[in-house]
Design a protein around this ligand. Structure first.
Ligand SMILES: [Zn+2]
Length: 493
């Protein structure tokens, strides 16, 4: 039902099989109203989307429970996910339909991906959050009397709850994996998205993902902002949904990959989608509200879709970390999210292939680049497990790695290693091993210099332990070591 085709960090490109076709993930599901579509589904399709999410509870209410086929009803031949009314619970309190009714209904309307009637946590006191976790689990177990997640044609999502209380998220995930669901959801981060608390969202995702089985797809509810998508995918989220594209549009808000504008704040559209190519902000502002909403919604969808495609391309290239760094520079909230990623290094490193088919350079921009698993992994291995091939040498020379001149073997009785700010120390015999000589950067930063200083000291101690009697450090790193010069080390500026 779910195949993983490519990976980078903990992100993946996958194929999710449903009864109405296959979608390639990561995939964004725009939320559409089952009855009143401000943006017609044909236009959703025109923005390159082949999947939507609609609300089974609203459909149930508006059709009086008639088991219409949801695809026919929407006029949509792609994949349909239905939410069960959880959002309405979050907004309006309890709803007057039982879980069994809404599960039977989702089956009857032939939804492709359905959700149990979970209780979203939202931003509530801890005690209430714990209740939502337990109640959601109770319903997940009870639902098994009505649905069979292992063999139903509908793929059933079990949402993980707990909100910002990470121990509750952990409990929710640990209990969830004991149940036979094939797909999981991460519940209700919407409140934190609205407050630009991306750091909280990435913590929630990481906490759940660490426990959920890697081979199963995971949905993130309510996330449809270009700034959060790269981070969510990098942690292993496969699908996500949101109504923000239309909610923002109604309110005259225009999404970009670096934040949201009000239409009247814009003199120019920084976008080439069909809407922005054709109209100016002023023309759009002067349109009747209905028309303006439709066009802004279409633009917003294009921006989200463009972000998803960029993330996929970055996974293909093995440059998802670089994309996160770029995204982090677009908004302080994104930067706070990336700062959290340092804590997740082991998890991200485990999913990062050493190299992909075609060798592409690693790009380093600043302090965050040092945590790029491709770079840090190389240096960790050199410093931890690696035994330099000394061959009896008693003298070692450390030189700067020059991009244009190849590493040369050392002379008789000598050992040689190279260094660079972002990769650290490269023993000459590992020169050429990816990514030793494949790092592109525009010069050192303070953090990179500190990183190199520590790496050099650790490496020199390693050499001394192995019997080297003299180490010579040449080039700019000599200055770095002036304050903390290791024993038997000569610095040649
Ligand atoms: Zn546009």
């Amino acid at each position: 039902m779910f195949e993983i085709k490519d990976v980078d960090l903990a992100g993946r490109i996958g194929r999710l099989h449903t009864r109405h076709g296959v979608i390639e993930t990561p995939a964004f599901f725009p939320v559409i109203d089952p009855v009143r579509q401000e943006l017609p589904v044909a236009e959703v399709r025109s923005a390159g989307l082949s999947q939507v999410l609609t609300n089974a509870y609203l459909l149930y209410k508006r059709t009086g429970g008639a088991p219409v086929k949801v695809h026919d009803f929407l006029g949509w031949d792609g994949v349909v996910m239905t939410d069960s009314g959880a959002y309405q619970i979050l907004e309006y309190g309890d709803i007057n339909v039982t879980q069994d009714e809404i599960l039977e209904y989702q089956k009857a309307i032939e939804t492709d991906i359905g959700v149990i009637l979970d209780v979203p946590t939202g931003n509530v006191p801890r005690e209430r959050a714990a209740e939502t976790v337990e109640e959601t689990l109770r319903r997940a177990r009870a639902a098994l009397n009505t649905i069979d997640p292992e063999s139903d044609e509908t793929v059933w999502i079990l949402p993980i709850q707990g909100g910002k209380y990470l121990d509750l998220v952990e409990r929710s995930a640990r209990e969830a994996v004991k149940l036979p669901y094939r797909m999981y959801g991460i519940g209700s981060p919407t409140v934190f998205l609205e407050e630009y608390r991306y750091d909280v969202i990435v913590e929630i995702i990481y906490t759940a993902k660490r426990i959920l089985p890697g081979g199963r797809p995971v949905h993130l509810f309510g996330a449809g902002h270009p700034l959060i998508i790269p981070f969510a995918v990098a942690l292993g989220v496969d699908t996500f949904d949101s109504a923000s594209y239309i909610i923002y549009a109604r309110d005259g808000r225009y999404m970009t990959e670096y934040g949201v504008y009000r239409l009247e704040q814009l003199d120019y559209f920084p976008c080439n989608c069909p809407v922005c190519s054709r109209y100016t902000p002023r023309e759009l502002a002067e349109m009747p509200k209905r028309e303006r909403t439709r066009l802004l919604a279409l633009h917003n969808l294009h921006v989200i879709q463009k972000t998803v495609r960029r993330v996929k391309q970055a996974i293909r290239e093995g440059r998802l970390w670089e994309l996160l760094e770029e995204t982090a520079r677009r908004h302080p909230a994104a930067r706070a999210a990336l700062a959290k990623f340092r804590k997740y290094y082991r998890y991200l490193e485990a999913g990062t292939p050493t190299a992909k088919g075609e060798v592409r350079g690693v790009r380093a921009y600043g302090g965050e680049s040092l945590w790029n698993p491709r770079l840090l992994r190389f240096q960790e291995r050199v410093l931890a497990r690696y035994q330099p091939a000394l061959d009896g040498a008693r003298r070692a020379v450390l030189e700067p790695l020059a991009k244009d001149s190849p590493c040369t073997p050392p002379g008789e009785g000598e050992y040689r290693a190279y260094y660079d700010y972002f990769i650290g120390v490269v023993p000459w015999e590992l020169c050429g091993v990816y990514p030793s000589i494949h790092v592109d950067h525009g010069g050192p930063t303070l953090e990179a210099a500190r990183h190199l200083e520590n790496a050099l000291i650790a490496f020199i101690h390693k050499l001394l332990k192995l019997g080297v009697e003299e180490v010579v450090v040449k080039g700019p790193a000599a200055a770095l070591l002036a304050r903390r010069r290791p024993p038997k080390t000569r610095l040649e500026y």
